[in-house]
Design a protein around this ligand. Structure first.
Ligand code: E4P
Length: 218
């Protein structure tokens, strides 16, 4: 399973990249705003800075909600760097825009997906990635991981190439369950990724190894 980090924070992206486990980055307008990035020029420059850190795909979201606007924005974003994946919302014009980009070899990430039907439409339009938001579904007492499982079955039934990008991941168990189900990618905060490192027996075992080494080498 590929690991994407869901942030526009350059320090966190660099930290995940330096661990050697980072396959890509997802951003959204809220994450850009959180970093204080505003204005088209600054936003485009920031995407470029992210692309310069990572080797893999970088999702950059359009803010238009009409077909012409999404095409205009998406083409501008795609010019920044070959790593850019145009992130398009799951609305009618978005589906049309995904088909447009897909026909022209521009990679897309269909975002704000909350149902299997939406995921099916994204695949039929030729999306490179589909982003079901599992954390936000869990937040409203709906089974986010169950949705990943259903989409996996549907895509496997018909051999769709669209990669399932489990988004809105909140904690390490989400990552483990996504890997068990067979999501192609997960995206989440750095804290969820580094939480995978933690085990008390690892800490205790290391402490004992170092103590025994010190005793026999003093
Ligand atoms: C997906 O690409 C989104 O950026 C993201 O995962 C949303 O996560 P959130 O629900 O934690 O805001």
């Amino acid at each position: 399973m590929k690991f994407f980090i869901d942030t526009a924070n350059l320090a966190e992206i660099k930290e995940a990249h330096d661990m050697g486990i980072l396959d890509g980055v997802t951003t959204n307008p809220s994450l850009m705003a959180k970093e204080g990035i505003s204005g088209t020029d600054n936003i485009l420059k920031h995407y470029k800075a992210i692309c310069d850190i990572v080797e893999g795909d970088v999702s950059a979201e359009v803010i238009s909600t009409d077909f012409a606007g999404m095409v205009r924005e998406g083409e501008l974003l795609a010019e920044i760097d070959p790593k850019i994946v145009v992130k398009v919302p799951m609305i009618k014009d978005g589906v049309k825009a995904i088909r447009y980009f897909s026909d022209r070899g521009i990679k897309t990430n269909c975002t704000l997906v909350f149902s299997a039907g939406q995921a099916l439409l994204a695949a039929k339009a030729g999306a490179s990635y589909v982003s079901p938001f599992i954390g936000r579904l869990d937040d409203i007492s709906t089974d986010g991981l169950g949705l990943i499982e259903t989409i996996r079955t549907i895509y496997d039934n018909y051999g769709y190439d669209t990669e399932i990008l489990a988004a809105s991941v909140r904690h390490p168990m989400h990552i483990i369950e996504c890997a068990t189900i067979g999501a192609d990618v997960m995206t989440g905060p750095l804290s969820a990724i580094t939480a995978l490192l933690k085990h008390p027996l690892t800490d205790l075992g290391l402490e004992k190894f170092l103590e025994d080494y010190r005793k026999s080498n003093s």
